[in-house]
Every structure is written in C-alpha cells, then in structure tokens.
Design a protein around this ligand. Structure first.
Ligand SMILES: Cc1ncc(COP(=O)(O)O)c(C=O)c1O
Length: 409
C-alpha cells in the first residue's frame, strides 16, 4: 500500500472503517468515468473490464442515456405506482416489444426481479396449472447466482452466499447445471418453473453444452412448466445477442432482466412474460415503491432504444470474437481455460502461478480493472463500447502479468 498515493489511501481507510465488510474491493477509488475508462482520485486511468458486473454494457455515462436522465430530472422523478406517469406506458411497451412478450413488470434490483419471477411462477402454478396449495417446486441449477435475498440464497450452492442465513425457504430442487437428464428427472407434477442462467456468470462464465437450453425449453413445454431465464447478467447485448437464449433460438416463458437495463445510471430490473403468466397478479399482491419510477423508465426506455438498433449486440459479437481469439493465445501460457461468448469471458489462471485476486491486483497496477470470482478464475466483461485496440491493451497486460509470475516462479 505504501506506493499508493494519499487520496486513495485515505479513501480506502475511510471505507474500511465505516462500512460492513461484505465486499473485498480492489484498492482503487474511482472519481470519474467515461466510456470504457475510469479515473481514480489520484488521476490514474484504468480500462474497466468489469463494467459494473455488466450493468455498464453501454459504457460509463453514455451520452444518449445521460441526456434521457437529465431531461427526466427536470420533469418528474418519482410518483410511486399509486399514480401513473407518462414514461411508464412507453417504457413497458418498448420493453415488451424488445422481449417479444405481452407484458413487463418493472422492479429495481436484480434480486427483486428474481423474487418477482418466483412469486409469479408459484401463483401461476396454483391458479393456472392446479398445483395443490403450498406444494409448488422450482428447479434450479447448482452453481447458480440469482441474488442475495433470503429466499434466493436458500437455493444457492455456494456456502459463502448461504451459510448462516437459514432457516431456508423450501420449494427448490437443485440439479447439476448443463445436465438435461437430471433436469428432466427432477420435474414432477408440483414443478411450476425451471429457473436458470443461460450462461452462469458468477460461477465463472460457464456456457452449458450446446442444445441444453433447447432441451430445457422442450422439457418445460412437455411438462407444462415455466422456463424462467435469468438474463440479468447475460442479457441486453453482452453475449452478442439481445439475450443469451437467442444463441439457440430459445424463447423462455419469462425473462428476468436487470443490471444494464438501468444504463449504469439507476437500478432498473424487470420481468417480461405473456399475459397468461404475468396476468396472474392482481392489485395489491406485489410491488415496490421505486419500481417503474419516471427516472428509471426514462433511462431504461433509452436503453431499450439502443438495443433496438442492434448496434451494441453487433459490437459485442465482433469485438468479442477478437477478445476470445486473443485470450485463446494465452491458453497454455498461464491460462488453463477460456470460456464465454461475446464480450464476456471467464478465464482460469494456472493456480500454480497466482490466485484470481492476485491477478486482478497485478492487472490493476497495469491499468486494467477486472475481478476474480472463485479461486483462480477471472471474469472479463468490458463495456460493449470497448475497441479492439483497448482489448489488445488489456490482453497484453494480462500476458505480462502471467509471464512475470511464470519467470518469478
Ligand atoms: C444472473 C444474476 N441474477 C441476479 C443477480 C442479482 O442482481 P442484483 O445484484 O441487482 O440484485 C445477479 C447479480 O450479479 C446476476 O448475475
């Protein structure tokens, strides 16, 4: 820490003293940002290869999104859902069109949207499918990450996320991710939904075997079960398509969206589904004070507008191919595996060289911000506005980090 300039040291110490230690941030204190770059309080610049865990798909302070937010700030920011406002209908209509669904229900955080999907699926199970009261089950995958609420951590298989937070919410069955037979076997007459990430982000950007999502879709249709796709991290352009499910041409019954929907400006999440599913909710049964507020709707509508052009998806595809080609060159040279799609990569560092944490610290020293996930896995998810040259700079920095560790060892 002695080489770190003063403002950074002071800010890190202050945060350590006055906040719960539920995160272990890199010791960088960001003061400004634009596009794919951030600047710290001591004036150092870094390429942001995490992009707020994909909440910043369109880059920091995207001009069109900032303009939409500014305009809305001058008009009205909050009404609560007790009243309607003029941004609500247009946003819901545009998001319904983007998802190809009849209806959407806006919330704030990703976890709230997942909770919404769980409640809607259970209610659909009781009212439409005819599951006996209190017996609904939902199938989830091991290694899942769907958020931090007590119900969601109840079906997490990560001891760090789950231990000490019981008693746990019942009604979930965990099956191995990517194993279609196990999933089929777990479905019975009480099953109301299968809840999955089409690519598991926190688990290390795990892409399931080809045909898995198609098989899940078929199994759900055959057994009258809702396929709920948590596209909070994988969706909205990240993988080179609007949704990761698009890669197999699969349409789930319910999309769960968040992160990038708020344009990196405000928390906005939503579920999208057809009327026969989302229509089960009646007034007073579910909601949130800030869900669907005017500022959120104005920004998220501008986000939907960007995605409707197809441009962010195209960039993610093209620059993403370059990223994966460049990362592939490092396999056998400090990396043991590279996974992912579009501008999203999980890379496994040879554990003999260093941990993921050490790698992210060394990358930071070279002006690249990335974050480890489990053990020696790093996750790269730069904003979709990143250029090939910037990707080259980041991969060159990674190559240097791996090489220096190899020679030191
Ligand atoms: C797939 C997925 N679902 C849900 C969440 C939870 O979102 P939030 O942190 O906004 O509650 C995340 C967050 O990382 C996620 O990656």
């Amino acid at each position: 820490m002695t080489s770190v300039a003063n403002r950074t040291v002071t800010a890190v110490e202050e945060a350590e003293r006055h906040t719960a230690h539920n995160y272990h941030p890199l010791p960088v204190v960001i003061a400004e940002a634009e596009g794919a770059w951030v600047t710290d309080v001591d004036g150092r610049r870094y390429l942001d290869c995490l992009a707020g865990y994909s909440a910043l798909n369109f880059g920091h302070r995207h001009p069109g999104l900032i303009a939409a937010a500014r305009e809305q700030l001058d008009r009205v920011t909050l009404t609560s859902r007790a009243f309607l406002h003029d941004q609500f209908g247009p946003f819901c209509r545009d998001l319904a069109e983007l998802t190809g669904k009849d209806m959407v229900l806006p919330m704030n955080s990703g976890a709230e949207a997942v909770e919404t999907a769980i409640k809607v699926a259970r209610k659909w199970g009781y009212k439409v499918k005819g599951v006996p009261d209190g017996q609904a089950t939902i199938i989830v995958a091991d290694g899942n990450f769907h958020g931090r609420t007590t119900t969601i951590v109840s079906f997490s298989t990560d001891p760090e996320a789950r231990a000490d937070y019981g008693p746990y919410t019942p009604g979930f069955r965990v099956v191995p991710y990517g194993d279609l037979e196990a999933l089929r076997a777990a479905i019975d007459e009480t099953t109301v939904a299968v809840l999955l990430e089409p690519i598991q982000g926190e688990a290390g950007v795990l892409v399931p075997p080809r045909g898995y999502l198609t098989g899940v879709r078929e199994a759900c249709t055959e057994r009258r079960v809702l396929f709920v796709a948590d596209e909070i991290q994988s969706g909205l352009g990240r993988t080179g398509a609007t949704f990761a499910c698009d890669d197999e041409g699969v349409v789930p019954d319910m999309y769960v969206l968040g992160k990038a929907l708020g344009g990196g400006i405000v928390p906005v999440s939503a579920v999208a589904a057809d009327r026969d599913v989302l229509g089960v909710l009646r007034p007073g049964e579910h909601g949130s004070t800030f869900g669907g507020n005017p500022l959120a709707c104005a920004v998220a509508r501008a986000v939907v507008g960007l995605l409707a052009t197809g441009e962010p998806q195209r960039r993610a595809r093209e620059v993403g191919e370059h990223l994966h080609r460049r990362l592939g060159e490092l396999v056998g040279h400090g990396l043991t595996a590279v996974r992912g799609r579009g501008l999203w990569a999980g890379i496994d560092i040879d554990p003999a060289l260093m941990t993921g944490r050490e790698a992210s610290e060394r990358l930071m020293a070279r002006g690249v911000l990335a974050k480890d996930t489990h053990g020696s896995t790093l996750r790269l998810a730069p904003p979709l506005v990143v250029t090939r040259e910037e990707i080259d700079g980041a991969v060159d920095a990674l190559a240097e980090v791996l090489k220096s560790a190899g020679s030191a060892g």
